[in-house]
Design a protein around this ligand. Structure first.
Ligand code: PAF
Length: 283
Protein backbone atom coordinates (compact mmCIF):
# COMPACT_ATOMS: atom_id res chain seq x y z
CA UNK A 1 0.00 0.00 0.00
CA UNK A 2 1.29 3.54 -0.74
CA UNK A 3 1.84 5.86 2.22
CA UNK A 4 1.15 9.57 1.81
CA UNK A 5 4.39 11.60 1.77
CA UNK A 6 5.02 14.13 4.53
CA UNK A 7 3.64 17.50 3.38
CA UNK A 8 5.24 20.69 4.70
CA UNK A 9 4.15 24.28 4.20
CA UNK A 10 6.58 26.52 6.06
CA UNK A 11 10.32 27.06 5.71
CA UNK A 12 11.24 26.18 9.34
CA UNK A 13 9.26 22.90 9.14
CA UNK A 14 10.88 22.14 5.81
CA UNK A 15 14.37 22.66 7.27
CA UNK A 16 13.68 20.26 10.14
CA UNK A 17 12.07 17.70 7.83
CA UNK A 18 14.98 17.76 5.35
CA UNK A 19 17.49 17.53 8.24
CA UNK A 20 15.75 14.40 9.46
CA UNK A 21 15.81 12.92 5.94
CA UNK A 22 19.55 13.48 5.88
CA UNK A 23 20.34 11.28 8.90
CA UNK A 24 23.04 8.69 8.15
CA UNK A 25 24.35 10.94 5.37
CA UNK A 26 21.44 10.24 3.05
CA UNK A 27 21.55 12.29 -0.15
CA UNK A 28 18.54 14.35 -1.22
CA UNK A 29 17.08 14.99 -4.68
CA UNK A 30 14.66 17.82 -5.40
CA UNK A 31 12.07 17.67 -8.18
CA UNK A 32 10.63 21.18 -8.60
CA UNK A 33 7.09 21.20 -10.07
CA UNK A 34 4.01 23.36 -10.35
CA UNK A 35 1.73 20.35 -9.73
CA UNK A 36 -0.82 19.04 -12.26
CA UNK A 37 1.44 16.03 -12.33
CA UNK A 38 1.52 13.62 -15.28
CA UNK A 39 3.71 10.71 -16.34
CA UNK A 40 6.47 13.15 -17.36
CA UNK A 41 6.73 14.28 -13.72
CA UNK A 42 6.64 10.66 -12.55
CA UNK A 43 9.67 9.97 -14.76
CA UNK A 44 11.47 12.92 -13.07
CA UNK A 45 10.73 11.33 -9.69
CA UNK A 46 11.96 7.95 -10.93
CA UNK A 47 15.24 9.51 -12.02
CA UNK A 48 15.48 11.34 -8.66
CA UNK A 49 15.11 8.02 -6.84
CA UNK A 50 17.99 6.61 -8.87
CA UNK A 51 20.22 9.62 -8.16
CA UNK A 52 19.65 10.12 -4.42
CA UNK A 53 18.51 8.31 -1.27
CA UNK A 54 15.59 10.63 -0.49
CA UNK A 55 13.25 12.55 -2.79
CA UNK A 56 11.61 15.91 -2.15
CA UNK A 57 9.01 17.18 -4.65
CA UNK A 58 8.01 20.84 -4.53
CA UNK A 59 4.55 21.86 -5.72
CA UNK A 60 4.27 25.62 -6.12
CA UNK A 61 2.55 27.51 -8.92
CA UNK A 62 5.00 30.37 -9.07
CA UNK A 63 3.25 33.69 -9.78
CA UNK A 64 6.46 35.53 -10.68
CA UNK A 65 7.03 33.52 -13.85
CA UNK A 66 3.62 34.37 -15.31
CA UNK A 67 2.88 37.64 -17.10
CA UNK A 68 -0.42 39.32 -16.13
CA UNK A 69 -1.86 38.16 -19.48
CA UNK A 70 -0.91 34.51 -18.85
CA UNK A 71 -2.68 31.61 -17.16
CA UNK A 72 -1.59 31.85 -13.49
CA UNK A 73 -5.21 31.95 -12.29
CA UNK A 74 -6.39 29.08 -14.46
CA UNK A 75 -3.23 26.93 -14.34
CA UNK A 76 -4.46 23.38 -13.57
CA UNK A 77 -4.39 22.55 -9.87
CA UNK A 78 -4.96 18.85 -9.11
CA UNK A 79 -3.74 18.50 -5.52
CA UNK A 80 -5.43 15.23 -4.49
CA UNK A 81 -4.41 13.39 -7.66
CA UNK A 82 -0.86 14.81 -7.35
CA UNK A 83 -0.45 13.51 -3.80
CA UNK A 84 -1.83 10.08 -4.81
CA UNK A 85 0.77 9.88 -7.59
CA UNK A 86 3.61 10.94 -5.28
CA UNK A 87 2.46 8.45 -2.63
CA UNK A 88 2.51 5.65 -5.22
CA UNK A 89 6.07 6.74 -6.07
CA UNK A 90 7.01 6.66 -2.37
CA UNK A 91 8.24 10.26 -2.41
CA UNK A 92 9.59 11.21 1.02
CA UNK A 93 8.52 14.84 1.29
CA UNK A 94 6.29 17.34 -0.52
CA UNK A 95 7.21 21.02 -0.14
CA UNK A 96 4.03 23.00 -0.75
CA UNK A 97 4.44 26.62 0.36
CA UNK A 98 1.75 29.19 -0.22
CA UNK A 99 2.59 32.45 -1.99
CA UNK A 100 3.14 34.29 1.34
CA UNK A 101 5.60 31.65 2.54
CA UNK A 102 7.59 31.94 -0.68
CA UNK A 103 7.27 35.71 -1.17
CA UNK A 104 6.65 37.29 2.27
CA UNK A 105 5.63 40.95 2.50
CA UNK A 106 8.54 43.15 1.51
CA UNK A 107 10.12 40.54 -0.76
CA UNK A 108 12.16 42.53 -3.26
CA UNK A 109 14.88 40.39 -4.80
CA UNK A 110 14.89 39.05 -8.33
CA UNK A 111 17.56 37.08 -10.15
CA UNK A 112 18.07 38.22 -13.74
CA UNK A 113 19.74 35.39 -15.65
CA UNK A 114 21.68 36.11 -18.82
CA UNK A 115 23.49 33.74 -21.22
CA UNK A 116 21.03 30.97 -22.17
CA UNK A 117 18.19 33.10 -20.77
CA UNK A 118 18.70 35.79 -23.42
CA UNK A 119 19.16 33.89 -26.68
CA UNK A 120 15.90 34.97 -28.32
CA UNK A 121 13.78 31.85 -27.82
CA UNK A 122 11.28 31.72 -24.92
CA UNK A 123 12.72 34.99 -23.59
CA UNK A 124 11.58 36.77 -26.77
CA UNK A 125 7.94 35.78 -26.19
CA UNK A 126 7.90 35.60 -22.37
CA UNK A 127 10.38 38.30 -21.24
CA UNK A 128 9.40 37.98 -17.55
CA UNK A 129 9.68 34.17 -17.50
CA UNK A 130 13.28 33.29 -16.73
CA UNK A 131 13.65 35.96 -14.05
CA UNK A 132 10.70 34.37 -12.24
CA UNK A 133 11.97 30.83 -12.76
CA UNK A 134 15.54 31.64 -11.69
CA UNK A 135 14.34 33.45 -8.55
CA UNK A 136 12.01 30.69 -7.41
CA UNK A 137 14.46 27.89 -8.26
CA UNK A 138 17.26 29.68 -6.36
CA UNK A 139 14.89 29.92 -3.40
CA UNK A 140 13.91 26.25 -3.68
CA UNK A 141 17.59 25.28 -3.75
CA UNK A 142 18.32 27.46 -0.70
CA UNK A 143 15.31 26.08 1.18
CA UNK A 144 15.78 22.35 0.44
CA UNK A 145 19.57 22.35 -0.09
CA UNK A 146 19.40 19.25 -2.29
CA UNK A 147 22.42 17.36 -3.62
CA UNK A 148 20.78 16.99 -7.03
CA UNK A 149 17.79 18.57 -8.75
CA UNK A 150 15.89 17.06 -11.66
CA UNK A 151 14.40 19.15 -14.49
CA UNK A 152 12.66 17.93 -17.65
CA UNK A 153 14.33 18.37 -21.03
CA UNK A 154 10.88 19.34 -22.32
CA UNK A 155 11.62 22.89 -21.06
CA UNK A 156 15.06 22.81 -22.63
CA UNK A 157 15.95 26.49 -22.32
CA UNK A 158 14.82 26.45 -18.68
CA UNK A 159 17.09 23.44 -18.06
CA UNK A 160 20.03 25.36 -19.53
CA UNK A 161 19.23 28.52 -17.53
CA UNK A 162 18.94 26.67 -14.23
CA UNK A 163 22.09 24.63 -14.88
CA UNK A 164 24.04 27.82 -15.62
CA UNK A 165 22.66 29.57 -12.54
CA UNK A 166 23.57 26.67 -10.22
CA UNK A 167 27.15 26.81 -11.55
CA UNK A 168 27.46 30.60 -11.61
CA UNK A 169 26.15 31.07 -8.07
CA UNK A 170 28.03 28.07 -6.60
CA UNK A 171 24.76 26.68 -5.33
CA UNK A 172 26.26 23.23 -4.70
CA UNK A 173 23.43 21.45 -6.52
CA UNK A 174 23.97 19.15 -9.48
CA UNK A 175 21.24 19.85 -12.04
CA UNK A 176 20.22 16.78 -14.03
CA UNK A 177 18.05 16.80 -17.16
CA UNK A 178 15.48 14.07 -17.71
CA UNK A 179 14.22 12.91 -21.11
CA UNK A 180 10.87 14.16 -22.38
CA UNK A 181 8.01 11.70 -21.98
CA UNK A 182 5.64 11.58 -24.96
CA UNK A 183 2.12 10.36 -25.61
CA UNK A 184 1.89 7.43 -28.05
CA UNK A 185 1.39 9.86 -30.94
CA UNK A 186 4.51 11.86 -30.04
CA UNK A 187 2.95 14.84 -28.24
CA UNK A 188 5.22 15.83 -25.34
CA UNK A 189 3.44 15.47 -22.00
CA UNK A 190 2.63 18.84 -20.46
CA UNK A 191 0.28 20.08 -17.76
CA UNK A 192 -1.07 22.55 -20.33
CA UNK A 193 -2.19 19.82 -22.78
CA UNK A 194 -5.52 19.77 -20.91
CA UNK A 195 -6.28 23.15 -22.52
CA UNK A 196 -6.41 21.56 -26.02
CA UNK A 197 -9.84 20.94 -27.56
CA UNK A 198 -10.35 17.41 -28.99
CA UNK A 199 -9.67 18.79 -32.50
CA UNK A 200 -6.52 20.61 -31.40
CA UNK A 201 -5.35 17.47 -29.57
CA UNK A 202 -5.46 15.61 -32.90
CA UNK A 203 -3.31 18.28 -34.55
CA UNK A 204 -0.82 18.83 -31.68
CA UNK A 205 1.53 15.87 -32.51
CA UNK A 206 2.37 17.60 -35.82
CA UNK A 207 4.97 19.58 -33.84
CA UNK A 208 6.77 16.32 -33.09
CA UNK A 209 6.43 15.21 -36.71
CA UNK A 210 7.92 18.52 -37.88
CA UNK A 211 10.94 18.19 -35.59
CA UNK A 212 11.45 14.58 -36.63
CA UNK A 213 11.35 15.50 -40.30
CA UNK A 214 13.84 18.36 -39.94
CA UNK A 215 16.12 16.21 -37.77
CA UNK A 216 15.98 13.41 -40.37
CA UNK A 217 16.88 15.80 -43.17
CA UNK A 218 19.74 17.34 -41.18
CA UNK A 219 21.15 13.89 -40.36
CA UNK A 220 20.97 12.87 -43.99
CA UNK A 221 23.00 15.90 -45.11
CA UNK A 222 20.37 18.45 -46.15
CA UNK A 223 21.44 22.08 -45.65
CA UNK A 224 20.15 23.73 -42.46
CA UNK A 225 17.89 26.22 -44.20
CA UNK A 226 16.10 23.62 -46.32
CA UNK A 227 15.81 21.12 -43.48
CA UNK A 228 14.29 23.69 -41.13
CA UNK A 229 11.99 25.03 -43.84
CA UNK A 230 10.49 21.54 -44.27
CA UNK A 231 9.59 21.37 -40.57
CA UNK A 232 8.25 24.93 -40.57
CA UNK A 233 5.97 24.05 -43.47
CA UNK A 234 4.48 21.06 -41.58
CA UNK A 235 3.73 23.27 -38.56
CA UNK A 236 2.14 26.06 -40.57
CA UNK A 237 0.04 23.69 -42.68
CA UNK A 238 -1.28 22.05 -39.52
CA UNK A 239 -2.70 25.45 -38.49
CA UNK A 240 -0.30 26.47 -35.72
CA UNK A 241 0.70 30.07 -35.15
CA UNK A 242 4.47 29.67 -35.00
CA UNK A 243 6.59 31.59 -32.48
CA UNK A 244 9.87 29.89 -33.41
CA UNK A 245 11.25 26.72 -34.96
CA UNK A 246 15.01 26.94 -34.67
CA UNK A 247 18.19 24.94 -34.74
CA UNK A 248 20.53 25.88 -31.90
CA UNK A 249 23.70 24.66 -30.26
CA UNK A 250 22.47 22.32 -27.53
CA UNK A 251 24.81 23.69 -24.82
CA UNK A 252 24.93 27.44 -25.48
CA UNK A 253 21.62 27.73 -27.38
CA UNK A 254 23.44 30.03 -29.82
CA UNK A 255 22.25 29.87 -33.45
CA UNK A 256 24.21 27.41 -35.59
CA UNK A 257 25.26 28.09 -39.14
CA UNK A 258 26.93 24.78 -39.95
CA UNK A 259 26.02 21.15 -39.32
CA UNK A 260 29.44 20.66 -37.70
CA UNK A 261 28.48 22.78 -34.69
CA UNK A 262 27.40 19.83 -32.57
CA UNK A 263 25.55 18.95 -30.39
CA UNK A 264 22.49 20.60 -31.94
CA UNK A 265 18.91 20.89 -30.82
CA UNK A 266 15.73 21.85 -32.62
CA UNK A 267 13.50 24.02 -30.42
CA UNK A 268 9.92 24.96 -31.20
CA UNK A 269 7.10 27.03 -29.71
CA UNK A 270 3.75 27.44 -31.40
CA UNK A 271 0.16 28.23 -30.54
CA UNK A 272 -2.87 26.10 -31.35
CA UNK A 273 -5.86 28.30 -30.65
CA UNK A 274 -5.03 29.83 -27.28
CA UNK A 275 -2.74 27.01 -26.12
CA UNK A 276 0.98 27.56 -26.46
CA UNK A 277 3.06 24.38 -26.84
CA UNK A 278 6.84 24.07 -26.64
CA UNK A 279 9.04 21.11 -27.52
CA UNK A 280 12.56 20.22 -28.64
CA UNK A 281 14.63 17.39 -30.07
CA UNK A 282 18.32 16.54 -30.28
CA UNK A 283 19.86 16.22 -33.74
O1 PAF B 1 9.01 23.74 -15.03
C1 PAF B 1 8.28 24.10 -14.07
O2 PAF B 1 7.32 23.41 -13.69
C2 PAF B 1 8.57 25.43 -13.39
O3 PAF B 1 9.05 26.37 -14.28
C3 PAF B 1 9.49 25.29 -12.16
C4 PAF B 1 10.87 24.78 -12.57
C5 PAF B 1 8.88 24.32 -11.15
C6 PAF B 1 9.69 26.65 -11.49
O4 PAF B 1 8.48 27.16 -11.04
Amino acid sequence: MSRSPMIVRTVPTLRRAVDSLRTRRATVALVPTMGALHDGHVSLVDLAKRRADKVVVSIFVNPTQFAPTEDFGSYPRTWKADIAKLAAEKVDLVWHPDVKAMYPDGFSTRILPEGPATVGLEDRFRPHFFGGVATVVAKLFAQVRPDVAIFGEKDFQQLRVVTRMATDLDLGVKVIGSKTVRERDGLAMSSRNVYLSPEERQIAPELYRAMKESARLLRSGTEIEAAMAAGTEIIKRAGFKLDYFELRHAETLAPVSSRDERPMRILVAAKLGTTRLIDNMGV
